[in-house]
Design a protein around this ligand. Structure first.
Ligand code: ADP
Ligand code: MG
Length: 668
């Protein structure tokens, strides 16, 4: 294309060239026109009347204007109309499009616009007003530039999308990682060199009562609290100095109970050898320590049991010798007054020793037990009567059962003994009076509760003896089952009650639970293996009669040693404690000296000056409250009463049940 004017007149300012055609050097204009034609950018100059004054080839080329339009004085409107009509301005009314653009041009404001032509070409159009009105316009084809920009933008968008998806993947994997660390049963955290948490899993946060996202950015002291901080901070210092450390500490758990944690700190050492922070790994060892303590306690009790068992056994043998010789001494010197003065107290002490040994054997679980299905409510009712009578009136005794019928597999006599021990302890804990409650129920022991008691899980009959006395402190509670452990004044307690209770329930396949609070009271609960209703045999009437006789001191007078042995065994089966006499005189002697004798059972025919009837008369005079039952090998009469003395008469040989029937009236 050629230069700027049809007649060769190129760019030349704002004056109309026709009016001063000769005022410019033609050659100069040609040069200028040729120069402008070399530009890539289109240029036009319009005067104040919007008539074209100058243009260059690029203008026609860029806008695809026909040569015919490129004329001096061509009005701006012509160009615009040309464009509007060929659709360069898009759809719409061409007249309106023209009018709008012409009006804008007339305002001679500097402007910069961009226009995309229907063929996709992008033009940048910049107009500048000229000093005498009119304006110069520069057209630049920025199609390539735009395309490049678009490409860059699309690359960028692609990149951003990529980053977004990677970030999302990372977030998801972080989330997954968090879910995993939150799910593991451990507390995990990371803190940096400034003792600030950078990460904590759910377990860790909850352990200290925080939420995981709250912890991040917090100082260790803020999170753990001063008490725990004081314990852990030396370890933190060591770990941040590069040492891996482990330690345990106790804190007050969320439920208010003490909780024990075991923590390991692993320093995070960078490739440069610098410690950047620390990984914390903590586990809740409360349960574990609890189990260990329970195990240690059980092992301790086992060891003490072994020890006392052996001791008691040897001691029993020695006492047998002592008692046997004392008896012999007495027999050989029946009339020596010294016998009474020296031998009697020795006998008494030896017998008390034997009673202690019996309890020790109970603790050591070496006593012969006769576990049978037993309805415990009935036993409790019977015992409560006895207990009420033995406790001062300042102590109210009550019983309650949540079940009408509770059958446990247990030795009735020993259970009674255990309840008595518990009642006496309760009494001692309530010197100023109070309440003693005996409650029975069925308790289901789950896996953990059962493991604590070292018994199989299942249903247990619970008998809980509660008092509202002084309670126990921790150190007493820890040793309460130990034989000989007592807090009572010398001579007031043997320290064997609770150990007997413990040994007996253990031997019965059950366990003991104690809850005690100082100044509040104590509950000791015996858990005994329950017998399901289906397997309950008829409860023998003998069983609860046993109860009433249990522990009674019975004097047995019988000259025939073999018979004596048999009757003594039958009495022992009923739970009685037996003292024996070979003849009437010896029996009378014992009645005089042992006030604890609760019942006399005597053969009618005995050698010596005092037979059974004479003994009975002596007893009626000396201790009118003491019941006497006679037994006879001779079927003298068919009645079960001795005619003269109105005493029950047992015909030999008799079964245990017969014996029981005869003794029962005196049981309560
Ligand atoms: P003892 O009664 O001869 O002292 P025990 O073995 O029966 O021996 O009891 C041991 C100790 O346990 C008692 O000395 C007492 O300190 C404590 N103890 C037992 N039962 C109770 C209770 N109900 N209330 C408070 N302390 C108790
Ligand atoms: Mg006691």
């Amino acid at each position: 294309m050629t230069m700027s004017g049809q007649d060769g007149q190129g760019m030349q300012g704002t004056q109309a060239l026709e009016e001063t055609p000769l005022s410019f050097d033609r050659r100069y204009r040609e040069m200028l026109g040729a120069g402008l034609d070399l530009l890539d950018q289109g240029v036009t100059v319009f005067d104040a009347e919007l008539r074209m004054v100058a243009w260059n080839g690029a203008f026609l080329r860029l806008l695809d204007f026909p040569e015919s339009l490129a004329r001096q004085g061509m009005s701006f409107e012509e160009f615009i109309r040309f464009n509007a009509e060929r659709g360069d301005y898009g759809p719409g009314d061409p007249d309106a499009q023209v009018a709008e653009r012409v009006a804008r041009a007339r305002s001679f404001q500097p402007h910069v616009t961009e226009r995309v032509r229907p063929n996709g070409q992008v033009l940048s159009i910049r107009g500048f007003p000229l000093p005498h009105q009119g304006f110069i316009t520069v057209y630049t084809d920025i199609t390539e530039q735009r395309r490049a920009q678009e490409q860059i933008a699309s690359h960028q968008a692609e990149l951003e999308a990529h980053i977004r998806s990677r970030t999302e993947a990372l977030r998801r994997s972080e989330q997954r990682l968090r879910e995993i660390t939150d799910a593991i049963p451990a507390a995990v955290a990371y803190f940096d060199r400034s003792w600030t948490y950078r990460y904590a899993n759910k377990g860790y946060a909850e352990w200290f009562g925080w939420s995981a996202h709250e912890i991040e950015g917090q100082q260790i002291r803020e999170v753990t609290g001063q008490e725990v901080f004081a314990i852990v901070s030396p370890f933190v210092s060591r770990a941040l100095a590069g040492e891996q450390v482990s330690y345990e500490y106790t804190l007050t758990g969320r439920d208010g109970a003490p909780a024990r944690a075991r923590s390991t700190l692993v320093p995070d050492v960078g490739p440069d050898g610098e410690v950047h922070g620390c990984y914390v790994h903590s586990v809740d060892v409360t349960e574990q320590r609890h189990t260990q303590a329970a195990l240690a306690q059980a092992q301790k009790m086992e060891a003490i049991g072994q020890l006392t068992g052996g001791l008691a056994h040897d001691f029993n043998n020695m006492l047998t010798v002592v008692i046997g010789n004392l008896v012999a001494l007495k027999e050989n010197h029946p009339d020596d007054p010294l016998t009474e003065n020296f031998v009697e107290p020795a006998m008494h002490a030896a017998n008390r020793g034997a009673e202690l040994i019996r309890r020790l054997l109970g603790f050591a679980r070496r006593q012969p037990l006769e576990p049978k299905p037993l309805e415990v409510n009935e036993l409790i009712l019977g015992m409560s009567k006895l207990i009420r009578r033995s406790l001062p009136s300042t102590i109210a005794v009550s019983t309650a059962s949540r079940e009408p019928c509770l059958v446990a597999m247990v030795d009735a006599h020993q259970l009674e003994n255990a309840l008595l021990n518990l009642a006496l302890n309760a009494r001692d804990a309530m010197p100023n009076g109070g309440e003693l409650r005996i409650e029975s129920s069925i308790e289901h022991l789950g896996v953990h509760a059962a493991a604590d008691l070292e018994v199989p899980p299942g249903d247990y009959v619970q008998i809980a003896v509660s008092d509202n006395g002084m309670g126990m402190d921790g150190s007493t509670l820890a040793r309460v089952f130990e034989p000989f452990f007592t807090t009572k004044q010398f001579g007031m307690g043997s320290g064997l009650g609770m150990s007997m209770v413990y040994g007996f329930t253990k031997q019965s396949g059950g366990g003991v639970r104690i809850r005690s609070r100082q100044a509040r009271g104590t509950t000791v609960a015996l858990l005994l293996p329950s017998v399901a209703a289906a397997e309950q045999p008829e409860v023998l009437p003998a069983l609860h009669a046993d109860i009433e006789l249990a522990g009674k001191l019975v004097l047995l007078a019988e000259d025939d040693a073999d018979v004596r042995t048999v009757v003594r065994m039958q009495l022992a089966e009923l739970g009685c404690v037996v003292v024996e006499a070979e003849n009437g005189a010896e029996a009378a002697d014992l009645v005089e000296n042992i006030p604890a004798i609760a019942l006399v059972i005597s053969d009618v025919v005995m050698p010596g000056s005092m037979d059974g009837r004479a003994l009975a008369r002596f007893v009626q005079r000396f201790r009118p409250d003491l019941p006497v039952v006679l037994m006879s090998g001779f079927a003298e009469s068919h009645s079960s009463m001795d005619a003269d003395l109105h005493l029950p008469l047992l015909a030999k040989p008799f079964s245990r049940d017969k014996l029981l029937a005869a003794l029962r009236p005196f049981a309560a």
